[in-house]
Design a protein around this ligand. Structure first.
Ligand SMILES: CC(C)(COP(=O)(O)OP(=O)(O)OC[C@H]1O[C@@H](n2cnc3c(N)ncnc32)[C@H](O)[C@@H]1O)[C@@H](O)C(=O)NCCC(=O)NCCS
Ligand SMILES: Nc1ncnc2c1ncn2[C@@H]1O[C@H](COP(=O)(O)OP(=O)(O)OP(=O)(O)O)[C@@H](O)[C@H]1O
Length: 198
């Protein structure tokens, strides 16, 4: 039955942790995927985004131009706040539905919500555990540059658009140290799984 929130800054290793938990049998609900789902046309959320940020934010195929919207919001806190106000309520509703569906299918399921903006969006819920993936911002910035091809400036803007490490650590029940080797991360996740399953 446990409902677990998994958060961490960008490139902190949440996906790595979520994948390992899936291998153990957890049901992972991915907030980034829910964001994409509520933005896929036909979509009331997409209509609101176009009304707020201009029709140029929607490509010729009718889909959201993510790069253009990213340029508009990362680096402009007011614009980002307006985007969040449009997107987050829809994601909140959809996530609650997904948790309920997972527990209806299997009341003993371990459901993990992979949610980057747990702190920023004040995502509330009856969490049994809050797990924070933690690697210092400098490590995450280097990963964004070397592995995702971002410029150092883009990486810094994305990181600055999120809560500081201390704010996430303050709400953690469990911290997974993701600054070391991948096998060190996996070992900690396996330990976490034993704890939630015992
Ligand atoms: C601005 C958008 C179009 C950029 O799309 P893009 O494909 O470049 O990035 P993607 O969605 O894959 O996000 C990658 C990472 O960026 C960070 N990020 C995304 N949105 C935000 C945000 N609103 N505030 C801070 N960080 C964010 C997160 O760490 C996320 O995991 C998109 O991120 C978006 O619509 N964001 C608003 C909704 C949101 O809050 N998403 C975060 C998940 S809860
Ligand atoms: N010890 C580690 N634990 C986890 N990931 C690591 C570690 N060392 C290096 N990495 C790398 O760091 C990157 C983390 O990216 P990942 O997609 O897992 O992060 P994320 O938190 O899900 O990011 P996002 O917020 O952008 O969705 C991966 O490329 C992963 O291989």
């Amino acid at each position: 039955m446990p409902l677990i929130a998994l958060t961490g800054g960008i490139a902190s290793g949440k996906s790595t942790i979520a994948r390992r938990l899936t291998e153990h049998g957890a049901v992972v609900v991915d907030a980034d995927a829910l964001v994409r789902e509520v933005q896929t046309p036909p979509s009331h959320v997409l209509d609101l985004i176009a009304a707020e940020f201009g029709a140029g934010i929607v490509g010729p195929d009718g889909a959201l131009d993510r790069e253009a919207l990213g340029r508009a919001v990362f680096g402009d806190p007011d614009a980002l706040a307006r985007l969040n106000e449009i997107v987050h309520p829809a994601v909140r509703e959809l996530s609650a539905r997904r948790f309920a569906e997972a527990f209806a299918r299997d009341p003993r399921a371990v459901v993990v919500y992979d949610v980057p903006l747990f702190v920023e969006a004040r995502v509330d819920g009856p969490w049994d555990l809050v797990v924070v993936a933690h690697a210092p911002a400098a490590v995450r910035r280097d990963r964004l540059v070397s592995e995702r091809g971002m410029t150092a400036e883009d990486a810094a803007r994305r990181i600055a658009a999120q809560a500081p490490d201390a704010a996430r650590l303050a709400v953690a029940d469990v911290v997974v140290d993701t600054a070391g080797s991948l096998s060190h991360t996996i070992e900690q996740v396996d330990e976490l799984w034993r704890r939630v399953r015992s």
